[in-house]
Design a protein around this ligand. Structure first.
Ligand SMILES: [Zn+2]
Length: 342
């Protein structure tokens, strides 16, 4: 089937009380790992590419890899999402490349580092919503600012500096018309999220609950939601890595979020850890190997295992066949009444 707008999947997830992992890709093996995991678990798929990923792969390679994924898996709904678009131009170029969903992250200015004003955020997000919805493409916005930096994008800091204000979140959704909203609740991008197991002091799940109470029909997105499993970090360090001790977002906290309006859960670091550990293991144990397939194969397998675990834990497993797919073209009509209010 053709790539599906993300909104179709998020609506199904919200109606049926599950979350969908949004998994980042930069190469063929990562896309294959995700698709194998989805096939095995009958899961809807959200694949996302950051600006850095689009630069690394070149849009043409990425586009054709995604078309291959769709061709080989005709029964799985797949959305292709731009992660952290830094400007309307980035989002528009993604849509031109066939992405079915874009994130306009106007919480930061175009440099992807400096926190912006509310007015700026509304202006650029509204611009992307108008362009995207006219083409049936889904839009995610962000209010509040996440901590940490990933792929050169992020404000840095701990993640507690710009926690989303639920009152402002409600106004932002009304002002912009976004389909989904990324909220900042103390999480950070990258592998070093928390120095100890997060408590309610640092991971503000109550903020999500309050936002969901105010916006029961808006799909919420948790960014920086890798769990940083101890065994993956230990494997890397066992085979020569030097990763500091760190804690991610516990799976049970993500599941709590899913009960309160979270439909999309961004996971990247855990897959990076799995890939790195698998490659280090081959290099350490079989130093005579030099065929990339000897370590990329196990890396792909290790990432697939993480994807399967998340797809089961978030509840998306078993739902691919239940989603009635719609194309971007069909979604244009869905948005039209909204666009007419202007
Ligand atoms: Zn993010």
């Amino acid at each position: 089937m053709p790539l599906v707008p993300m909104r179709v999947m998020l609506d199904h997830a919200a109606e049926n009380g599950y979350g969908i992992a949004a998994l980042n890709v930069n190469n063929m093996e990562q896309i294959q790992a995700i698709m194998e995991a989805a096939k095995e678990t009958d899961s809807p798929v959200i694949v996302q590419a950051s600006r850095g990923a689009r630069k690394y792969t070149n849009d043409a390679y990425l586009r054709h890899l995604m078309l291959a994924a769709a061709e080989l898996n005709p029964n799985l709904p797949i959305a292709m999402h731009q992660d952290h678009g830094n400007s309307p131009a980035t989002c528009i170029s993604a849509i031109e490349q066939g992405f079915t969903s874009v994130m306009m992250d106007g919480s930061l200015t175009e440099d992807g580092k400096t926190p912006s004003s509310y007015q700026y955020n509304v202006k650029v997000t509204r611009e992307v919503v108008d362009y995207a919805h006219a083409r049936g493409v889904t839009v995610e916005g962000e209010i509040g600012t996440l901590g940490g930096i990933e792929d050169g994008h992020g404000a840095g800091g701990t993640g507690l500096e710009h926690v989303t204000d639920p009152v402002q979140a409600e106004k932002f959704v009304a002002d912009t018309g976004v389909d989904a909203l990324a909220v900042a609740i103390g999480t950070s991008h990258g592998a070093y999220k928390f120095a100890q197991k997060p408590t309610g002091e640092v991971l503000k799940m109550t903020v999500i609950e309050e936002i969901h109470r105010r916006l029961p029909n808006c799909h919420l997105v948790m960014h920086g939601s890798s769990s940083v499993p101890r065994e993956l970090v230990d494997l890397i360090n066992k085979y020569g890595g030097k990763m500091k001790e760190s804690y991610g977002v516990p799976i049970e906290e993500i599941q709590r979020g899913i009960k309160h309006g979270v439909c999309k859960v961004n996971v990247d670091t855990d897959n990076r850890l799995a890939i790195t550990g698998a490659i280090r293991k081959v290099f350490a144990e079989l130093p005579d190997k030099f065929d990339p397939r000897d370590y990329m194969g196990p890396a792909r397998e290790a990432m697939k295992k993480v994807c399967v675990e998340r797809m089961v834990a978030f509840g998306q497993a078993g739902n691919a066949g239940k989603i009635k797919p719609r194309t971007c073209r069909q979604m244009v009509g869905f948005y039209k009444p909204k666009g007419a209010r202007k």
